[in-house]
Design a protein around this ligand. Sequence first.
Ligand code: FAD
Length: 493
Amino acid sequence: MPALNEAVLARRGEIAAALRAIVPGEGVIDQPTALRPYESDGLTAYRQPPMVVVLPQTTAQVAAILAYCHREGINVVPRGSGTSLSGGALPLADGVLLGMSRFNRILDIDYEEMLVVAQPGVTNLAITHAVEGEGCYYAPDPSSQIACSVGGNVAENSGGVHCLKYGLTTNNVLGVEMVTMAGEILRIGGRALDAPGLDMLGVIVGSEGMLGVVTEVTLRIRPKPETARALLIGFPTVESGGQCVADVIAAGIIPAGMEMMDRLAIHAAEAFVKVGYPLDVEALLIVELDGPQAECDHLLNEVVRIAELNGATTLRKSNNDAERLAFWAGRKAAFPAVGRLAPDYYCMDGTIPRRQLPEVLRRMRLLSEQYGLQVANVFHAGDGNLHPLILYDANQPGQLDKAEAFGADILRLCLEVGGVLTGEHGVGVEKRDLMPEMFTDLDIRQQQRVKCAFDPQMLLNPGKVFPVLHRCAELGRVHVHGGKLPFPDLPRF
Ligand SMILES: Cc1cc2nc3c(=O)[nH]c(=O)nc-3n(C[C@H](O)[C@H](O)[C@H](O)COP(=O)(O)OP(=O)(O)OC[C@H]3O[C@@H](n4cnc5c(N)ncnc54)[C@H](O)[C@@H]3O)c2cc1C
């Protein structure tokens, strides 16, 4: 992480007072015990209480806070609900944590344009709750949707079960209001599917809180499909399950969701939610089809036919919504369910070409034996987005390091088979040091230039996403030729 700025730390009291002048009342937190809840996000292996927390309520306050920190050279870390699994909202000891939880209002619902304008602290699920009375919903549905904020979703370009058919956050955001580190208020995109000028929205979505603080989001909503039915399909091998996924897509069927769990995850989920998952299978596929009733029934039968050709041993169709939701209950609760198997788990997020599923799962089993750590697999099979959950015990010396090394090897494996480092959880601090394995120095430099255009002093969420080159050098990943470090102008934290 960036070297501690002792001079800033020494001015802690003065900085808290300046922030209180901007956000009066209870909007500034600087008591050590009250800072504790902010010390980590969903990647709890990393903890660091911030210097001070500020909880603004208006865009003008956000702009004033950022302008002040910009002037004074103070680092700022934006935070939504703190559910990031890549450490994106990990605070800095000498930084201000800018919490957006008080931006919790829905500002406009327009059923003619089929959009919702919301403040960024509104939770993902609250958008659907706000429009479901009119038969509408917001499609991207991370498993954390009850808690995660739409601002965090924009920053991480979050996905979920229904993103296979309806796209990730980036395909469902029409516009944002965003404040730059210098305190300038920008409006990017709008209320329509396209906006004039450069596609800046594409740059902002997924920028992990490093380009600006989002203060308003305009989201597409959709009419709820007439019917939704789900299939629960068990396979004797992971390979046959993986092949079924590939065959369904190859048949031109795009299910609303297609998720797979391996044996360990199936058993954990069933013990947790007791919905009748088969326990004698190696892989469980949940496939949801939606649309007009006739189309849905036809596609459901097609998927059954493909599953049978792939040797499915269990096949159950949902006949009503309660059954469909029961099929999903285990999958939705898979993370907490696996959390009961070991004191700690480390959730990875790599993406691979679908056809590589069986090979990657086979090699992951070998890695699991090599590291002596169990791994449960839950994944968005249709997208090839894996979520291996590595079980470990942080109280056992060396186990966290082992889990991290295992995780890094899984991500390397994803790259080796033509995949990418992240599907939906972002890079954050978690995958930062692996960036040079995916991108060339030139690629990274170009990405960093975009960061420099928005935040030349690197004050907003520093230490995230871009690799720490000196650590890479320690790991032998930087090629130093003739004593010359490549790209000496690249900031090294
Ligand atoms: C149990 C569990 C299940 C999960 N399942 C999924 C899943 O299915 N799919 C998925 O994609 N993710 C999933 N996640 C990860 C996480 O929920 C998402 O990344 C989510 O979008 C983070 O939102 P948040 O509000 O919690 O953001 P935070 O964790 O607070 O922040 C995440 C990043 O966004 C930035 N940020 C937050 N708000 C703003 C803002 N207003 N302006 C600018 N930057 C901002 C932060 O600086 C940080 O870099 C899961 C997490 C958990 C704990």
